[in-house]
Design a protein around this ligand. Structure first.
Ligand SMILES: [Zn+2]
Length: 294
C-alpha cells in the first residue's frame, strides 16, 4: 500500500513537471511564450491556425482602461485556444479609431499603417507556416476595416487564408445573459464591456467614475435621414461612452466571454479539419488568370 502511494506521488510529480515545462502535450498557445523549437511543434498542433485578437487603445467611458478591447478579445481568444488548440498572436492594437481622437489616450494610426501592419503580419505568419489566420476583433470601430481587409484578400494570389470571426447567437447562453442584463442601451464601454473587464481585471474598473459622464445618445443628427457621415458617432456619443447602465457584474462578463470562446473554438476546429476555403480561393485565382477561357 505504501509502495503504491509513493508510486502515485511520483507519477503526479512527473505530470506536474511536464506541464510546467510545456511539453508537446501541454504546449503554450501564446506565441510570445513559445521557444523557437517549440513553435514548430505548436504550428503542427494548431493545424496551421493562428488567431490574432485585435484591440485598440482608446477611451472606454470614464471608468474602463484604454486597452479594454485588448483585454477582452485576448480573454475570449485564449479561452477558445484552451478548448481547441491554436496559436494566439501577441497583443495587437492597430485599427481604425479616428472617432476618438478628441479623447485623451487614443492611439489613432494612419489608414496606410494599419493596413500594412495587418498585411505584413499575415504575410509573416504564413511564411512561418501559419496558413489559416483568424482575425478576432474586440473593437467595433475596426469592423468595416477588417471586412474590407478580408475582401481585399482576393486582389492577388495568396498561399494562406484570412477569416474574420463573426459571433452568432447561442440560445442557452443568451437566455442567461439576457436575464442578467439591465441596460437598455449597451454599446461602447457599457454594461457588457464593464462586466467583461470586471471579470478579467476588476482592479482596473474605476467603479466610482461610472456615472461621472453621460453615456446617453445625444442625437444631434436626428434630422439627418438617408445619409451616412463619419461624424455620426461623435454626434451621438461625444463622451465616447454609450450606455444607460454600466453596473459591474462579474457573472455577466464571464458568460459573455464564454459565449465568444465557445463559438471561436468551433471555428478553429472547422478550419483545422477543412480546406474548402483554400480550395475555393485557389480555384478562383486560377480563373482570374484567364476569365474568358471556358
Ligand atoms: Zn471596447
Amino acid at each position: 500500500m505504501k509502495k503504491l502511494t509513493i508510486l502515485l506521488l511520483a507519477l503526479l510529480w512527473a505530470v506536474q513537471l511536464s506541464s510546467q515545462s510545456g511539453t508537446s502535450s501541454n504546449i503554450p498557445f501564446k506565441m510570445e511564450e513559445l521557444t523557437s523549437p517549440k513553435f514548430v511543434t505548436a504550428v503542427e498542433k494548431a493545424g496551421g491556425v493562428c488567431v490574432i485578437p485585435l484591440g485598440i487603445i482608446e477611451k472606454h467611458g470614464p471608468h474602463l482602461p484604454l486597452g479594454s478591447d485588448l483585454f477582452e478579445s485576448r480573454e475570449w481568444v485564449c479561452a477558445a485556444a484552451g478548448k481547441e488548440y491554436a496559436i494566439v498572436f501577441p497583443p495587437y492594437y492597430f485599427g481604425q479609431i479616428y472617432e476618438a481622437r478628441h479623447q485623451p489616450g487614443t492611439m489613432a494610426y494612419s489608414n496606410e499603417l494599419i493596413w500594412k501592419m495587418l498585411e505584413e503580419t499575415c504575410n509573416e505568419l504564413s511564411r512561418n507556416g501559419l496558413k489559416k489566420i483568424i482575425l478576432a476583433n474586440g473593437h467595433g470601430g475596426s469592423t468595416s476595416f477588417l471586412e474590407f481587409f478580408c475582401q481585399s484578400q482576393l486582389a492577388s494570389r495568396k498561399d494562406y487564408i484570412v477569416v474574420l470571426f463573426q459571433p452568432g447567437s447561442d440560445a442557452a447562453l443568451n437566455k442567461e445573459i439576457n436575464s442578467l442584463s439591465k441596460a437598455t442601451l449597451d454599446q461602447h464601454a457599457g454594461e457588457g464591456e464593464t462586466a467583461m473587464m470586471y471579470f478579467i481585471r476588476p482592479d482596473l474598473v474605476d467603479i466610482g467614475a461610472i456615472k461621472s459622464e453621460s453615456g446617453l445618445n445625444q442625437a444631434r443628427l436626428k434630422d439627418l435621414r438617408y445619409g451616412y457621415t463619419g461624424i455620426w458617432w461623435y454626434a451621438n456619443y461625444p463622451n465616447h461612452y454609450a450606455s444607460d447602465s454600466a453596473e459591474p457584474n462579474k457573472k455577466l462578463g464571464e458568460l459573455m466571454i464564454l459565449k465568444n470562446a465557445n463559438q471561436l473554438a468551433q471555428l478553429i476546429k472547422y478550419l483545422k479539419a477543412n480546406n474548402t476555403i483554400e480550395q475555393l480561393q485557389e480555384e478562383f485565382f486560377k480563373r482570374t488568370q484567364n476569365p474568358i477561357q471556358k
